[in-house]
Design a protein. Structure first.
Length: 658
């Protein structure tokens, strides 16, 4: 609350500072304009003085003069006329002093007798050359600069002309008080209007600033809210969620309640977007966000991104109460929602971690809750707590992902091929492509060292494309001497891509390989992660001629009714059942059942892990079609395969083994 109250006060102080600061330029503008007006008033005073001097020259002085050079002095009649005229003008106050100068600047007449013996003024000489010189000064300022000076006057020098001939200079001193009165009368009104205008301007600026400041504060508040909240649901985003986790942990360290961090992720949310459109998917997320807010009460719920939500739950007293609360939240989320008139029953998986047992930092708890969520999703457990055994991620594996990207680009990967033989004839009908990594520091790495982490990231797509392209190109390099098919393993992430089938068909076309020579091996997990999409993709590939193998059959949770609808060509019995089928009756029964089931569905059967002649004999008795294992050959580099094929002979099958 303290910070919230401080914000308006600081904003008010900031606005007050701005108001005071903005007053300075307004006052400065007023002073500049006032000075400009004063200068303009002086200019108008001089102009008025010049106008009066011009009128005096044209109407009163020049008519009294003859067209002769005044350097020879005035004629008696001219002097009389000038004296009469100047005395009358001085007595009425129209002028203060009048002098007539010759063109050389010498005074030939002075109304008060001053200046007759003075030297020529510069202003008089300028006027003698046709200029008009005017100034606002004080009477006798030039003659007595340090002593008392006279009244304020407008001093004007202008040329005198008679019959178009310049004959002398008029020097006249006009009283400035009447002129100033006319000027200042207008100037006062101007100052008043200026003051009012500046005051109105200042108030308008203050009002605009206040309005703009309010809008800016509101916008800043909105931006601050959006920076920490999800735009769709209005819930806190990942950044704010992380900060609140840190704050809750700090509070717990000071004696407050311990907390649990939960991550909730929707199952098959992509189907909602694909089927009903993203707008309806957004509507579903908004409703789920509202439900979660109701469920957690005073605790925190945030949208971490996509269809993933984060929860901060305070201490529930004991582990069972916490798990029960999360199960209640999951049930609330999974209640049916009507979107665009269609009832939708969302499903969710929740993983959680408890402080300090499962972690004492925000990042650790979030990571562990995320690991638990993926375990809940993959094992269909609904709600799962973090266990150390679940966490298969470490920094070295993450670094390995970055190195794997480089390895694909720099040809550090190599392919080995393991033959697959028809049991009845011994003919090698296919080879399985198995990738190896010739790591510059760690030597030759087998798939189990890097494939699991690659399958958790987008790099598995690049890796699969490389394996597919390399294997198809190798078929061309072997040429007619090696007439076999090649089997390439496909992950669940590969199969979920909407453009996967296009990529496979493009790879075949680019290398001119017949589609019938490519066999894609897909695990049950990959096949049934998104069965409808997988079936659609596989049907398109099969229609083009590609063959499909169900790998590691027997380890997953395949629905037998669904299995009959898939466009499969063969099933591979997991080697875990084959290796000990002679010692484990249950495994032998599983192998026998798989062979019978596959044949009844029209599939061929491949047995992996064939390492002894006795196992081969048992598979022969069961009617298994194809064998693969160390008894035939270990995976070998591409260059070694042609020579091995030339010398190959299927091991002799011993007598049948019961």
């Amino acid at each position: 609350m303290k910070s919230q109250a401080a914000t308006p006060r600081s904003a008010s102080r900031l606005f007050a500072t701005y108001v005071i600061a903005s007053l300075v330029p307004v006052l400065a503008l007023g002073l500049v304009l006032a000075d400009t007006y004063r200068q303009d008033a002086n200019e108008r005073g001089l102009s008025e003085g010049q106008a009066e001097a011009a009128l005096l020259a044209h109407t009163a002085v020049e008519p009294l003069l003859d067209a002769h050079d005044l350097r020879n002095g005035l004629q008696p009649a001219e002097t009389v006329g000038l004296k009469r005229m100047s005395n009358e003008a001085v007595s009425t106050g129209e002028i203060v002093r009048l002098r007539v100068r010759a063109l050389n600047g010498k005074v030939v007449y002075s109304s008060d007798g001053t200046g007759l013996n003075d030297t020529a003024d510069d202003e008089a000489l300028d006027a003698a050359h046709g200029e008009v010189v005017a100034d606002i000064t004080r009477l006798d300022a030039d003659d007595n600069p340090d002593g008392p000076q006279g009244i304020r006057v407008a001093e004007v020098y202008r040329p005198l002309s008679v019959n178009g001939r310049r004959v002398g200079v008029l020097e006249v001193y006009l009283p400035y008080t009447p002129i100033a009165h006319d000027v200042t009368a207008g100037l006062g009104a101007l100052y008043r209007d200026l003051g009012l205008g500046l005051a109105v301007l200042y108030l308008l600026l203050a009002a605009i600033s206040l309005s703009a400041t309010r809008r800016l504060r509101a916008q800043v508040a909105r931006n601050a809210h959006l920076a920490e909240h999800d735009a769709l649901t209005g819930l806190p985003n990942r950044e704010l969620f992380h900060r609140r986790v840190v704050e809750a942990l700090d509070d717990a360290a000071r004696g407050g309640p311990e907390i649990a961090i939960a991550v909730l992720d929707l199952d098959r949310f992509k189907e909602v977007n694909d089927t009903l459109g993203h707008s309806n998917g957004d509507a579903l997320l908004v409703e789920l966000g509202r439900r979660l807010e109701v469920a957690v009460g005073d605790d925190t719920v945030a949208r971490l991104g996509g269809d993933e939500f984060g929860l901060i739950l305070s201490d529930r007293g004991d582990p069972r109460a916490l798990r029960s609360a999360l199960q209640d939240i999951r049930q609330l989320v999974q209640q049916e929602i009507e979107i665009s008139g269609l009832p939708i029953a969302p499903e969710a998986s929740i993983g959680y971690a408890v402080s300090p047992t499962d972690g004492d930092t925000a990042d650790t708890l979030l990571q562990h809750a995320d690991v638990a969520m993926y375990d809940a999703k993959s094992a269909h457990r609904g709600v799962a707590r973090y266990e150390a055994v679940l966490d298969t991620y470490d920094s070295s594996k993450l670094a390995l992902v970055a190195e794997l990207r480089r390895a694909i680009a720099t040809d550090e990967l190599v392919m080995h091929y393991q033959p697959k033989a028809a049991i009845s004839t011994g003919e090698i009908i296919a080879v399985e492509a198995l990738v190896r990594w010739n790591h510059p520091d760690r030597g030759l790495l087998y798939p189990d060292a890097f494939l699991p982490i690659a399958e958790q990231t987008g790099i598995i797509d690049s890796l699969t494309r490389w394996v597919l392209a390399t294997s198809l190109a190798q078929l061309n390099r072997w040429g007619a001497g090696v007439e076999v098919s090649v089997a390439v393993n496909i992950s669940a992430r590969n199969l979920s891509r909407p453009d996967f089938a296009d990529g496979v068909l493009d790879a075949l076309a680019a290398r001119g390989v017949a589609a019938e020579r490519l066999l894609l091996e897909i695990t049950e997990t990959a096949l049934f992660a998104d069965p409808d999409h997988a079936a659609s993709t596989l049907r398109r590939l099969v229609a083009a001629g590609v063959r499909i193998s169900l790998d590691d059959f027997g380890c997953g949770q395949t629905s037998l009714s669904y299995l009959s609808t898939l466009p499969l060509h063969e099933v591979k019995i997991d080697k875990g059942f084959v290796l000990d089928m002679l010692a484990d009756r249950s495994h032998a029964a599983i192998v026998r059942s798989v062979v019978d089931l596959a044949h009844n569905l029209g599939f061929e059967v491949v047995a992996e892990g064939v390492e002894t002649e006795q196992i081969l004999a048992a598979l022969t008795d069961l009617g298994c079609d194809i064998a693969q294992g160390f008894l035939l050959a270990k995976p070998m580099p591409a260059a070694a395969l042609p020579g091995w094929l030339a010398a190959h002979q299927l091991p002799a099958v011993p007598a049948s083994i019961p």
